[in-house]
Ligand binder design. Structure first.
Ligand code: ATP
Ligand code: MG
Length: 289
């Protein structure tokens, strides 16, 4: 008989806002998972990974209990549940904020305005932490969903809920007054993985980081007159120095480089001003540094 193959067990959300992005990330990492409807778990065909599909609220507990070795879950859930898990990587999706909102038009100067009020939320632990930090006493009323309707039906005079665009708050006549947490999906793990499991996790993290870096980076190709090359090269940060190739047309070169999304527009404008032409910007799929 052969020894059982070590696998890493990953918990992701079964359905909801994090599900599709979690599956997409695995796919971009080259990991194939058949995702049958109503399946509880699934095995990757080309990577030592088993995926469990769970309610997002349960993921930190499963990881703490070592039923799963790692999980993809929102920071909001991780910090609310206060389980013994470690955040090892931000995943760049599921971005939202946990905010306090009050009815529109209501005066709100600072957290002190919440003194003595009743706040409806699904995040009692994080709200209490915030109130303690601010030295404010308020009553927390825990509800599991539809928090935004609480002020309208007289259940509470403020709420604390997840916000991304703010349109839900707006539609319910509420104004956002305080952000208590910025959140995104993260990779969590329990302490004490075996050496083999840690090796698989390292392999997975290497791939996740390559995908994340690529998302924030563009490949730029442009044509430059040779007498402007020095100036144009000076504008490009690149990974090392840019690639410079002669064009068929005399006196011109093609310059290739890599730009981060955040510096992108700024640099493109300067490149144009310096005489660059035919600028092409293409996405990068993976980036290994
Ligand atoms: P489950 O059935 O798994 O318990 P859920 O209804 O609790 O699902 P979702 O609404 O699918 O959870 O949200 C999952 C996570 O997506 C949130 O915990 C949060 O980290 C993230 N998220 C991103 N943007 C938002 C948003 N605008 N509102 C709510 N959650 C958001
Ligand atoms: Mg949930």
């Amino acid at each position: 008989t052969t020894a059982p193959v070590t696998k890493l067990r990953l918990a992701i959300q079964k359905s909801g806002r994090l599900h599709d992005d979690s599956m997409r990330l695995l796919k971009e990492c080259g990991i194939d998972i058949s995702n049958g409807v109503n399946k509880l778990k699934s095995e990757a065909s080309n990577f030592p990974l088993e995926v469990f599909f769970l309610r997002d609220d349960d993921i930190p507990q499963y990881v703490e209990d070592k039923v799963a070795d790692i999980g993809f879950v929102g920071e909001n859930v991780v910090y609310e549940k206060k389980k013994k898990v470690e955040v090892v990587e931000k995943l760049g999706f599921g971005k939202c904020r946990l905010s306090i909102a009050v009815p529109k038009g209501e005066d709100y100067a600072s957290a002190a305005s919440l003194q003595g009020k009743r706040i409806a939320t699904s995040y009692p632990v994080l709200v209490q932490d915030f109130l303690n930090q601010q030295g404010v006493q308020a009553e927390i009323h825990e509800i599991s969903g539809s928090v935004e309707i609480a002020p309208g039906i007289g259940l509470a005079s403020a709420i604390c809920d997840l916000v991304s665009s703010g349109s839900t708050l707006f539609m319910n006549g509420l104004q956002e007054v305080e952000t208590i947490l910025q959140s995104q999906a993260v990779l969590i793990t329990s302490a004490g993985l075996s050496e083999e499991q840690q090796a698989i996790l390292n392999k997975l993290m290497f791939r996740i980081q390559a995908v994340k870096k690529a998302k924030n980076t563009k490949y730029v190709l442009l044509n430059a007159p040779n007498d402007k090359l020095d100036e144009i090269i000076g504008l490009l940060p690149g990974m090392k120095s840019p690639t410079v190739l002669p064009l068929a047309e005399k006196g011109w070169s093609s310059v290739h480089s890599v730009l981060s999304e955040s510096q992108f527009w700024d640099i493109i404008e300067k490149l144009k001003a310096a005489g660059a032409q035919g600028i092409l910007v293409v996405p990068i799929e993976k980036m290994i540094l």
